[in-house]
Ligand binder design. Structure first.
Ligand code: AMP
Length: 113
């Protein structure tokens, strides 16, 4: 997998507003927020996209979602929030390091564009 800007954030080579870190993942605020709360939850393991996960990654994926829900609780998103994973060109993925968007703080329309 080619090096991405998110690998540099994990290594603290470029700055980010970090919300959570543990052995498996990092969560930080999106640099171009699309909602009052917009956080990215990424695995430290370099996985390019959802299309590249394997059975061995199943616990990691569960952990990423659990971290996202814990952050949503800690940031008081009681009125609701959305988790989004863009995958590939048609999915709108622009950074090829798997990430979950946590969006909240305003009503979110449906369907997406
Ligand atoms: P996606 O389009 O699903 O691949 O999402 C990539 C996200 O990464 C976008 O929402 C960008 O705004 C965000 N992003 C890109 N570079 C940075 C950065 N240096 N720090 C934080 N977020 C970033």
């Amino acid at each position: 997998m080619a090096e991405t800007i998110f690998a540099k954030i994990i290594r603290r080579e470029i700055p980010a507003r970090i919300e959570h870190e543990d052995d498996e993942c990092l969560a930080f605020h999106d640099v171009a927020p699309q909602a009052p709360t917009h956080i990215l939850i990424i695995p430290k393991k370099p996985i390019s996209s959802l299309a590249d996960v394997t059975d061995a990654d199943t616990p990691l994926l569960g952990h990423l979602i659990r971290v996202a829900t814990e952050i949503a609780t800690s940031l008081h998103l009681e009125e609701g929030y959305r988790l989004v994973v863009n995958c590939g060109d048609h999915g709108g993925q622009t950074v090829n390091h798997l990430h979950i968007h946590l969006l909240g703080g305003r009503p979110l329309s449906w369907p997406p564009g």
